[in-house]
Ligand binder design. Structure first.
Ligand code: NDP
Ligand code: 2IT
Length: 459
């Protein structure tokens, strides 16, 4: 490590306030990115206050400046023959510990700020998994809702026709995220293979027929529940008999609901962008399967659940945080849980929150959870199971083999256990059982990347 042998120098240390002011002024109009950097900075400044080399080498400043942001035009033709133009991006945040790695999001709300925040978070998350992956994220302001299969295919092909020059199995390995699932990954992989004439592990979340890994689909949601169970276990409790409120009804939410149910909990809610469903009798596997098919095959709305299951209620335009519960899993999108809603959860007796989504709780909400002292796992720790199994997919692709389901299931459980242990190590306080999981995840995620950066010198 370069820095460890350095003598104290005259280099001036920037303080936290100046640092944040700098981030704000360099990134105007990018509130999500600023929020994500703010969320880690206090913990990192505290951790490095007596570690000169991190200051001298400007490590956090450099992690908070993406290696590069690529933006490109994506033209496609809709079914009526209209030419449509979208903007696509790939943010390559940091590749100090491995190739850039992170999902692709297709949603009308995608901006450079959103992708920069996601790529920044991904850098810490991927480090926490213990696997050799750097941080990246990409996407486009394309709305797949209401589009035909052929429209989605043409869009994905056009997107990859630009993206292919920036990615590769040892360079940058994208995957799915909001609006990008098995269908979109298939279309993008097909186009990459066609353009480059290479069959390589350039994407993860692939179909099992062409290099995908077992349990990748389930991994994020399952992992978030394993993390929740680990937090409860640290206090001598478990999920059995606990009520859970979950938001979202996509890949992460439905698999989180499935695992909570399997572990003896009762899932009361799921949601989409139009409102939430509340089922007082709990969502069993057959109801969860109905939602999975309804959302991913029929591409329907969650409101239709109450027609199929009349015991449930649909609350239009509302989020589920007013429903009393023991544990909550926000699994939809960023800033979907604010300070007021966090107070409502805590006031109604919620003892643990595990974030399946990325940055779903806003800064006020985080403050409420932390000051209430409840178990609170930030997304970069709790939802790391998805990218962890992506990392295992990369290993299988490199070795040209496929591992068995039972082995992968065990690896996922072990990786989530290791992340929990790292959070305990860096987020604990001597003489107390209480763990600051936010600090633990931030510091543990930072340390590995930072030490690799010190080894490289100034690059
Ligand atoms: P999906 O596209 O499968 O599902 C997204 C869900 O969130 C849908 O129910 C959608 O509702 C809802 N949603 C999306 N945007 C909004 C919004 N602006 N307001 C309200 N609801 C919204 O995505 P995923 O399940 O894959 O991703 C969910 C979250 O988990 C994201 O934050 C993602 O970054 C994160 N994540 C995903 C991983 C993965 O492996 N897929 C890994 C780690 C984190 P609607 O159908 O109405 O759009
Ligand atoms: O936010 C995330 O971790 C993901 N969308 C998954 C990334 C991946 O490369 O599997």
């Amino acid at each position: 490590m370069v820095g460890s042998n350095m003598s104290a120098s005259n280099v001036e240390h920037v303080d936290l306030e100046k640092f944040i002011a700098g981030v704000k002024s360099r990134n105007p109009g990018q509130p999500e990115f600023v929020q994500a950097v703010q969320e880690v900075s206090q913990d990192i400044f505290e951790y490095i206050k007596d570690k000169n080399q991190y200051h001298e080498y400007q490590i956090l400043r450099r992690i908070a400046e993406p290696d590069r942001v690529v933006s490109f035009r994506v033209c496609w033709e809709d079914d009526n023959g209209n030419i449509r133009v979208q903007r696509g991006w790939r943010v390559q945040n940091n590749n100090s510990i491995g190739p850039y790695k992170g999902g692709i999001r297709f949603h009308p709300s995608v901006t450079e700020s959103v992708l920069k925040f996601l790529a920044f978070e991904q850098t810490f998350k991927n480090s926490l998994t213990g696997l050799p992956m750097g941080g990246g994220k990409g996407g486009a302001n394309f709305n797949p809702k209401g589009k035909s299969d052929h429209e989605v295919m043409r869009f994905c092909q056009s997107f990859m026709t630009e993206l292919f020059r920036h990615v590769g199995a040892d360079v940058d390995v994208p995957a799915g995220d909001i609006g990008v699932g098995a269908r979109e990954i298939g279309y993008m992989f097909g186009q990459y293979k066609r353009i480059t004439n290479k069959f390589e592990g350039v994407l993860t979340g692939k179909g099992l027929e062409y290099g995908g890994s077992l349990i990748r689909t389930e991994a994020t949601g399952y992992g978030a529940v394993y993390f929740l169970n680990n937090m409860l276990g640290h206090l001598g409790q478990g999920l059995e008999g606990k009520t859970a409120v979950i938001s979202g009804s996509g890949n992460v939410a439905t698999h989180a609901a499935e695992k909570v149910t399997q572990m003896g909990g009762k899932v009361l809610t799921l949601s989409d962008s139009e409102g939430f469903i509340y089922d007082p009798s709990g969502l069993d596997q057959s109801k969860i399967d109905w939602i999975k098919t309804h959302k991913t095959v029929r591409r329907g709305r969650i409101s239709e659940f109450v027609k199929a299951f009349p015991g449930a209620e649909f609350h239009a335009g509302k989020r589920p945080w007013s429903v009393a519960c023991d544990v909550a899993l926000p699994c939809a999108t960023q800033n979907e849980l604010n300070g007021e809603e966090a107070k409502m959860l805590v006031g109604n007796g919620c003892i643990a929150v595990s974030e399946g989504a990325n940055m779903p709780t806003d800064l006020d909400g985080v403050h409420v959870f932390k000051s209430a002292g409840i178990l609170y796992a930030p997304g970069k720790a709790a939802n790391a199971g998805g990218v962890a199994v992506s990392g295992l997919e990369m290993s299988q692709n490199s070795a040209r083999i496929s591992w068995k389901e039972a082995d992968l299931q065990k690896l996922l459980v072990d990786i989530m256990g290791d992340i929990h242990a790292r959070c305990v190590e860096y987020g604990g306080t001597a003489g107390s059982k209480r763990i600051d999981y936010v600090r633990g995840a931030n510091v543990a995620g930072f340390k590995k990347v930072a030490d690799a950066m010190l080894a490289y010198g100034v690059v």
